[in-house]
Design a protein around this ligand. Structure first.
Ligand SMILES: Nc1ncnc2c1ncn2[C@@H]1O[C@H](COP(=O)(O)OP(=O)(O)OP(=O)(O)O)[C@@H](O)[C@H]1O
Length: 259
């Protein structure tokens, strides 16, 4: 029962402002081990800001974030080494090969050297790019780079995995593979916090969906809960809850502006 299990992440009254602009307005969440959270919301809602706070990249915020029962304000370095993070628009060191890059990342996470090469090669093979392990990444396609980034987020086998738009650039087969991977990681007890605009994927992989709009969580539940008995898609629920049901009109306005 959930009430007997301690949350792996607790967020209490989290607020963040950039200058005068408040972008997170008091978020409260308890996230439990093994949950796959789909974190969705309109552009500018505050998703990446939340993720950057959870991963220790933004240290100045109001409120509290506890991971593994420790405040991230107290122990950000050790917490960082226990989470896996695949950022949106990450820069990758393109002059390196995947093995060199993953060696660098593995060392940052404090992994043992022998262990890194072995696991990196296994993961590169599993993602179908093992034969490119020694090739410089400036020759890679977008999807190949994204696969290396995904591997760099899980190479140290973290309990918490935070993914910010992890599927960008991946082909249809790789998307299916990552969806399956997320389900398998969750089965192993990993907690996954998955930020995306791809509603069809979020609908399928998440067992809990959080919808943020204007810095506040406006919906929290399983896809079934959010549907509340109706026969809707996550896309239509999103549009309804964020007050944007006139996308057809917007598309027409854009076209009219060109004519
Ligand atoms: N470093 C910054 N300085 C000032 N404002 C910022 C900064 N980073 C983000 N913002 C603002 O904070 C708001 C939330 O941004 P955030 O990147 O968290 O949104 P998001 O939900 O991830 O959006 P998207 O879906 O477009 O990626 C936006 O209005 C953005 O302009």
């Amino acid at each position: 029962m959930e009430s007997e299990i301690l949350p792996i992440i607790s967020i209490r009254n989290l607020k963040k402002s950039y200058g005068e602009k408040q972008v997170l307005k008091g978020i409260n969440l308890e996230i439990y081990p093994g949950q796959v959270i789909g974190y969705i919301g309109p552009n500018g809602a505050g998703k990446s800001t939340t993720v950057k706070i959870l991963t220790g990249l933004i240290p100045d915020f109001e409120g509290e974030v506890f991971m593994y029962n420790k405040s991230i304000k107290d122990d950000v370095v050790s917490i960082k080494s226990q989470i896996g993070y695949v950022p949106e628009n990450a820069e990758i060191y393109e002059v390196l090969t995947p093995l060199e890059y993953l060696d660098f990342v593995g060392k940052l996470y404090g992994m043992e050297e022998d262990h890194i090469a072995d696991r990196a090669l296994k993961l590169l093979n599993a993602f179908g790019i093992g034969s490119n392990a020694d090739q410089r990444m400036d020759t890679f396609s977008k999807g190949m780079r994204q696969k290396v980034l995904l591997i760099s987020g899980i190479i140290h086998n973290p309990k918490i995995i935070i993914l910010d738009e992890p599927l960008s650039g991946l082909d249809a087969n790789a998307v299916i593979m990552v969806k399956e991977l997320i389900a398998l990681l969750a089965k192993e007890g990993k907690t996954i916090f998955y930020c995306s605009h791809m509603m069809d994927v979020v609908e399928k992989v998440s067992d809990r969906i959080l919808l943020i709009a204007n810095g506040e969580i406006i919906a929290d539940g399983s896809f079934e809960d959010l549907k509340a008995g109706g026969n809707q898609t996550l896309e239509s629920i999103f549009a309804k809850l964020t007050g944007k049901e006139e996308s057809n009109k917007e598309a027409n306005d854009v076209l009219n502006a060109l004519n």
